[in-house]
Design a protein. Structure first.
Length: 200
């Protein structure tokens, strides 16, 4: 009697263990979308193109890149540091070149729909823009470099590829600078970025 009872308990335990193992394996096979809130830091390396009107009110494209560090603080709210640089060697065939570097910081809010592998974000960044290797008309004459306040307002879309690597599908920013240009002294440019995001 005791032998039959032990066999019954043993077989029942074995069946329960096998069933539980299979259910756990099936649950593990279902991929979970990584949550933006689960990361404390991400770094983005992107290609950047800017439609600029920095010198003399002329509109032209500049090519460059951007490096961003974003730290999550509370839920969707975080802080961003952005270093971007662009170059144009011959503005509208004028023989005038321009290099521009901006260093900006500010808040970013990130929103991720439930169970989605993509996130949207919006940001407001303020900092400094440096223009050099160009011609900036001032009251003291034309100078080869100038410094200005930089203001960025925009947002973007990230798509998760793996738990720690993502694609920055698009980031678009309105960039305002105040370089001397023999006109208003104000430039409104459009910055477009795309690249990779590394999450930690």
């Amino acid at each position: 009697m005791r032998i039959h009872l032990c066999k019954t308990l043993f077989i029942g335990a074995a069946i329960w263990f096998i069933t539980a193992s299979r259910l756990s394996a099936q649950r593990a096979e279902v991929p979970k979308a990584p949550s933006a809130a689960s990361y404390r830091l991400d770094l983005a390396v992107t290609y950047s193109a800017t439609r600029a009107d920095v010198v003399g009110g002329s509109n032209f494209w500049m090519q460059g890149g951007s490096l961003q560090a974003h730290s999550q603080i509370y839920r969707g709210l975080g802080l961003v540091g952005d270093l971007s640089g662009w170059h144009e060697g011959n503005i509208q065939s004028s023989g005038v070149s321009l290099d521009m570097v901006t260093t900006t910081f500010g808040p970013r809010y990130t929103w991720q729909p439930a169970h989605a592998r993509y996130t949207f974000y919006g940001q407001v960044l303020v900092g400094v823009a440096n223009g050099f290797h160009s011609d900036f008309p001032t009251s003291f004459g034309v100078v080869p470099r100038s410094k200005s306040l930089a203001f960025k307002l925009g947002g973007g879309l990230n798509i998760a590829l793996t738990p720690h690597v993502g694609l920055r599908a698009i980031e678009a920013n309105w960039l305002r600078t105040q370089f001397p240009n023999s006109s208003t002294g104000v430039q409104n440019s459009c910055q477009l970025n795309t690249g990779l995001v590394l999450r930690f």
